[in-house]
Each structure stands twice: as C-alpha cells, then as structure tokens.
Design a protein around this ligand. Structure first.
Ligand code: ADP
Ligand code: ZN
Ligand code: ZN
Length: 753
C-alpha cells in the first residue's frame, strides 16, 4: 500500500506497525499549507485524510505501487518498471520484446521473484539537443575546411555556428536534421568526430501544441466593470480576507473583468487561480486567457492526458507560470503566493466532488484564501441561492454588472405551451413557433443553438402492452437505449445487452424506447430542413479528447447552422452570429426529485438564453414547456433573478432546506440488505441521540436508487443550524464502520436528495 509520511512521532499506540519498505520520493509532494488544508478538508467533509492528500496530486505521481502475487501472471506491456528482489531495476522501455519474454519465463520458473510492479509510472519526457563541442582554436572556418569532403556535415556545422551567432547555444536535434536535411549517419559521424555534443533535456508535454495563441482586441472596461475590478483589487491590501459575489447578467463582461483582475494581481508578482466548470466543455475561455497571458498559463482539467497534467502541475510547482485555469481540482494548484481566486459560474454543481473527499471547491477556495489573505471572486449570472443569500446577509460583498458589455439588449423570449401544440395535432418535437423561427434564421444565414434538456430524461425501453421496463440485472435502474450497436446500457454499472425484441414479461412485441435523444432530434431536423448543417454535441459525439473543441470551433467558424446539444452547450459560449436559442424541453429537470430542481431549471434556461444575440444582432429565445406557469420557467424567460430568488427562498424556508439549514447525508451500503438495514437503524438512532432539538434527522430511508452493482443503499439526512457535536460524531462513524462491514459515506454538501 502506498502511503504518505506526514509527521514523525516518538512512540505509537498502534501495536501492529509495519516497516516502510521503500521511500518513493524525497521531495515532499505537498507543502505545509496544503497539508494543513488536507487536515481541514478531512475534518470538514468527514473523509479520510489520505483521500484529501491524494486529491491534491496528479494521478501520475500516485501511480499505484503494488506488491503482487506473480504466479502465472504475465507481465503487462504497460508495466514499465519492475523491481526484483536484488533491487535490480529493469526498465521496460529498454527491454526487447524477446527479453521481456525471457523475464516472464524466469519469473514463472521461480528463478527471480517479482517484488513490485509500478503501474503506469509516468516518465518525464526528454528530448535530445545538439550543441557545438567547443574545442581549442576551433572556428567555423577550421571546421568547414576539415569537413570539405562531406558537404552535408559541413552544412550542418555552418548552420550551428549561425544559430550560435544569433545567441542560441543549443538546438533540438530534430530541428537540425530538418533544417539542413541531415541524415542520421552524417549526424552520427559528426558526433563521432567530436564536432558536436548531444545532451538530453527534460521537456513538457504541451496540451496547447496545436493551438495558436490568437490576438484578441483589448476592450476598455466600462464604468461598472472598472468598479468591480477596483473593489476586488482594493480588497487585496486589506488585512481581512474577503469573498465577493459578482452577479452579472449573461454577456455583461464578467470574463473580461476576471482577466483584468488577474493582470493586476500578477503584475504585483502574485499568482492567480481561475476555476471554470468543466474546462473540456469551454475551450473558449482557455483561448481568451492565453491571449492575455500566453506562456504564463497552465491548465488543469480532465481533457488532458495524465502526462500533460503531470507536466502542467510541475510547471506550477516550479513557479514557471503565474495563472492556472482549471476545473475543480485546480483549486489545489501548488502555488505559494496566491493573489486572487476566481470561480466562474459559481452555481455549477461540478464544483462539488461526488467522490471522497466530497469537498466543495468554493469552501476550499475560501480556506486557501484565508491562508494567503487574498480575495475570492464568485461570478455568475445565476448565483446559487446559498451564495446570494450570503451576499444579502453581508457575509460576501455583492458586486453587480447590470448591462450587457456589448450594449446589446437581452434577447426577446417567448414561452410555448406544448400541451396546446399536442391538442392542436402537432406531434413534432418542434412547436410551430420554433419551426417558423428556425426557417427564418436559416434563410438569413444566422446561427441557431438548440438545447435538449436531457437530465433526468431517460431513454428507456417500455412495453406498451404491460408497462414493463427493461431493467439492469445489477441495479434497480432501467437500461438506456443506444442506437449505435442497438444496445441497452446501464449508466451506473456498465452492464449492456442487445435491444430486446419482445417483452421479457408478457412476450408482447410492442416494446419500444420512450423519450427523445439528440439523435432523434437531429433526424427530425434533417427531415424538416434537409439543407441545414447540424452539429450534434452530446456524450456520443464528444468521446475523444479534443472533440468538444473541434465541434465548437467548427460552429464558431460558421461551418454549421445549428448547434444541437445537451446541457454541455449551455455554459459560457460566446458566438458572434447566434440569434436564436431554442429550448426543446424546459421542464425535464423540474421533475427531478431534488430540492434544487427549480433552481437548476431556472439556471439552465437563463444561461442558455444568454447565448443569443450577444453581438450586433438582437437575439430571440423560444422555450418549449409543458409547465409554462411554473415560476422557474416563467421567471427565467424574463431573466428575473431577483424575483426567482425571493420565491425560491420562501419555498426553501417552508421545506427547511439550504440555505436556511445546512444539510448532511449519511449513506450506508452493503451487499446484504438485512445487514445494511440493521446498521443504518443503529446509526440513525446514534445520530438522533447526539444532536440538539434544533436539528432534524430524516430516515433512515432506502436511497432513491436502492441497489447499484448489487449493493444496497440507504441514507439518513440531517438538517441543522449549529451542531458542534456533529463533526466529531461523523468522524467517529467513519472510523467505526468501513472496516469490513457496512460501508458508510458522509456528504456535507449533498446536491441530490
Ligand atoms: P460574460 O463572461 O459576463 O458572459 P464576456 O466577458 O464574455 O461576458 O463578455 C461578453 C462579450 O462582450 C465578449 O465578446 C467580450 O469581448 C465583450 N466585452 C466585454 N467587456 C467589454 C467592453 N468593456 N467593451 C466592449 N466589449 C466588451
Ligand atoms: Zn447496472
Ligand atoms: Zn410486456
């Protein structure tokens, strides 16, 4: 097992201590600030300390060092290094396939014992450079004279001397070979004769290697924007750490504000962290940040390879960059002199990690900011209820941007009642109004974004005769239909089977899928407008690295008329020529059994509507819904955040939900249903007996999805205001259980109940 040394003590109360077998590295991976932070996260989120340290480090340096039983187990090609009992190291890359085979045989014969396999251990990338081997009295003339019979070699040396004159002492080997069209044998001859030397240098895997940095014209900030920048910068010289909520309507120039703040901060020699929801979905923002700060930027997000992430992380560690743009985990960037932390689209649920440690990036940001005494800026057009409530209470400083920066008005919005369409005989996915609008925009060569709100909308298969749905065999969940391969898949455990042709229960053949997917919408689009160019963006079309960027670039370059997609197209996009946004099914998120479902619906519609008419041409938004009177939809169509906030706060107050109460969720699971039930009842009464009368403990209840991968789940929910006993009690729970019996997981920021 790999562990972390975090302290030394004289004696221990444990009685079965083991020896450390091997020390992996001698330079600490986590500095004092981050180690203290790990303790804090462990305490505040009730998770194991080790998981809090692990979450701060790139996967590459966490490579699992495993001791393995090797009998009959072949070495895998990706197992790069093997350590044998004599501590001899064999480097896979230098082992010929044949030798590897021999090694395997030796292991199998028991002649050597495989002790450790380091899986996926990442190499530092090295590249070869060439430099002139300076000998006494050597000049370009003397060298060329000596090489008069080998023209190519002569040319290469002349080139190297020219380069040197321009101030470069070395050159990438590859570049030299390319520049003078030098063959490897001539190159080797030069090496052998001692005219040149070869050196190996570490280099970074560059996630931007295919992207040019584009110049963007710098804008002059308007008065509102300047005011925001000033307030944040003034805060950084105060003694007390401050958090700002920047509430600015879509297109009000928040991003431009962030960039200006960062510019000032780094000009003072400090560092900046900019978090964005899920960066692989928003390559546009990276482009904008790089156009400002170019080489001083590192990025950290799930779209990078392990090697790229490792290298970006090391650039931060070595202080070779000043700015980090990244998704949630970039909050742990190992900077030591942070001047500002900015969290864009702060309401997004992706800032909460759903695995252990279940931390919220906003909370971690505030803890780090406290250490560095720097401001935190939370930006959004639709702030979370929690953040806005805090701003109103004065816990955060509220800053607002009320106008679109381009001076465009917000788009005109209309809400279409789909029940009317149905009653009037329109069975299409598109209402008549949306059809007309699409036709008009296509004629005018303007672009269209169509959102299919698919959350909570499963594409399940149901029997029309008996109502049976096809379920996963491991989970209490219906399977989802995938057109590619005609498969039914479980999105939780990965189980898949072929589409059934007859009902497993009543044998009727009237079994078919319900619900619409993006593929189906695309088909209907192409039937109605055969000449339209459609880009579809969903999980299926964005599987590979770089797919998001490629599709968005194509749309940005106006190579398509319509961008059709799921939630992933709602955020942060800024396209010049988009004048129509259609929301195909506004209400699917409303039906989620989640106390935040209205908030999520309001945010989604407001955000996607904000993509229309951002530049020069006025935009139009059409929202299709079966619940036109629902306040979330009605108020989102008017972009009326304040009214929504008031209304939703009253709903939360009655329901005793956040932000009036803090919430905690204790989840208990086991393969044996009875064992799980017995223990969860014990846990629930323990919780009840430890909390004050003010706290409300709900449950235990069987979780919404009660069985996943043959494990049974149940939960207890705690609503509380101030409970000093809670945290220590949850820590005890965590330690007492999780030792082979039921599994207990605690979530202090539950997002889905
Ligand atoms: P937000 O992040 O609030 O959605 P952006 O920063 O993306 O807004 O700004 C929207 C558009 O307005 C962008 O194209 C941006 O370049 C432009 N913009 C921002 N600030 C100004 C300004 N002061 N003057 C002119 N254009 C601006
Ligand atoms: Zn399953
Ligand atoms: Zn049936």
């Amino acid at each position: 097992v790999m562990g972390y040394i975090i302290d030394f003590i004289e004696s221990s109360t444990f009685n079965r201590l083991k020896q450390v077998e091997q020390v992996i590295d001698l330079v600490p991976s986590v500095n004092d600030e981050l180690l203290t932070l790990a303790h804090k996260i462990s305490k505040e989120t009730a998770s194991f300390l080790v998981s809090c340290i692990q979450v701060m480090l790139p996967t590459a340096i966490k490579a699992s060092y495993q001791k393995r039983l090797i009998k009959n187990q072949a070495l895998e090609a990706h197992e790069l290094e093997t350590y044998f009992n004599e501590k001899e190291t064999i480097d896979y890359e230098t082992v010929e396939a044949n030798d590897l085979y021999k090694v395997k045989k030796e292991i199998q014969a028991g002649n050597i014992e495989l002790k450790y396999v380091v899986k996926n251990k990442l190499k530092i990338k090295k590249e070869k450079y060439v430099k002139i081997n300076e000998l006494q009295d050597q000049t370009v003339e003397t060298v060329t004279a000596k090489l008069s019979r080998s023209k190519k070699q002569q040319e290469a040396m002349i080139y190297l001397y020219q380069i040197k004159e321009r101030g470069y002492t070395e050159l990438l080997k590859k570049d030299l070979l390319d520049a003078v069209d030098l063959g490897t044998s001539s190159y080797n001859a030069l090496l052998k004769k001692g005219y040149i030397r070869e050196i190996e240098k570490e280099s970074y895997r560059d996630p931007f290697r295919n992207d040019e940095v584009t110049e963007r014209k710098r804008v002059t900030l308007n008065a509102e924007q300047q005011n925001v920048v000033r307030s944040v910068l003034e805060s950084s010289i105060k003694d007390k750490q401050e958090t700002f909520l920047l509430h600015g309507i879509t297109g009000s120039g928040k991003t431009e504000v962030y960039l200006n703040i960062i510019k000032e901060v780094i000009s003072k020699g400090k560092e900046a962290i900019l978090l964005v929801p899920e960066i692989s979905l928003t390559p546009q923002i990276v482009k904008r940040v790089r156009s400002y700060f170019n080489d001083e930027v590192a990025v950290l997000h799930s779209g990078l390879s392990q090697g790229e992430k490792y290298d970006e992380w090391r650039k931060i560690l070595r202080k070779e960059v000043k700015v980090v743009v990244g998704a949630r985990s970039a909050i742990f960037a190992p900077f030591t002199n942070i001047g500002v932390i900015i969290i864009d689209e702060e309401h997004e649920s992706s800032y909460k990690q759903s695995d252990m440690p279940k931390y919220h990036a906003i909370e971690v940001a505030k803890w780090r900011a406290n250490f560095h005494n720097c401001p935190v800026v939370l930006g959004s057009a639709t702030p979370s209820l929690e953040s806005h409530a805090r701003a109103i209470k004065g816990v955060y400083n509220l800053l607002t941007l009320t106008k679109r920066a381009t001076n465009m008005d917000l788009p005109n919005t209309s809400v279409v009642d789909m029940t009317n369409e149905f009653q009037n005989g329109n069975l299409s996915i598109f209402s008549d109004e949306l059809k007309d609008a699409i036709t008009e925009k296509l004629n005018k060569k303007e672009q269209i974004i169509l959102l299919l709100n698919r959350r909570g909308y499963s594409n399940f298969v149901m029997c029309r005769n008996c109502g049976e749905t096809v379920m996963c065999k491991n989970c209490d969940l219906s399977l989802t239909y995938h057109k590619r391969g005609d498969l039914l898949k479980c999105h939780y455990c990965g189980y898949e089977r072929y589409l059934v042709k007859e009902c497993p229960s009543c044998k009727s053949t009237h079994i078919r899928q319900f619900g619409i997917g993006t593929q189906k919408v695309e088909e209907e689009l192409l039937t109605l407008w055969p000449d339209a160019n459609v880009i579809r963006m969903d999980n299926d079309t964005t599987r590979k690295k770089g797919d998001h960027k490629r599709l968005l670039d194509r749309f940005g370059n106006q190579e398509a008329d319509i961008l059709l997609g799921t939630q992933m197209i709602a955020k942060g996009l800024d396209f010049l020529n988009v004048t129509l946004v259609g929301v195909l099914s506004a209400d699917t998120t409303l039906k989620l059994p989640d106390f935040r479902s209205s908030e999520k619906t309001f945010q989604l519609i407001t955000q996607v509507a904000g993509r229309a008419g951002r530049h020069k041409k006025k935009g139009e938004v059409i929202i299709q819904t079966y619940n036109p009177k629902h306040y979330a939809i009605h108020l989102a169509s008017k972009q009326d955040y304040d009214s929504f906030f008031m209304k939703e706060m009253s709903v939360r107050k009655i329901g005793k939900y956040s932000p009036y109460y803090f919430l905690a969720q204790v989840q208990v699971s086991h393969f044996d249903y009875n064992k799980m039930m017995k223990d969860v009842h014990k846990i629930a009464s323990l919780i009840r007996s430890n909390l004050s009368d003010q706290a409300i403990t709900l449950g235990p209840v069987v979780s919404q999805i009660s069985r996943i991968n043959n494990r049974y789940y149940s939960q207890v929910i705690i609503k509380y205001k101030r409970e000093p006993n809670l945290s220590p009690m949850l820590e005890r729970l965590l330690e007492e259980y999780n030792t082979g019996g039921v599994n207990v997981i605690i979530d202090m920021y539950p997002t889905f109940l």
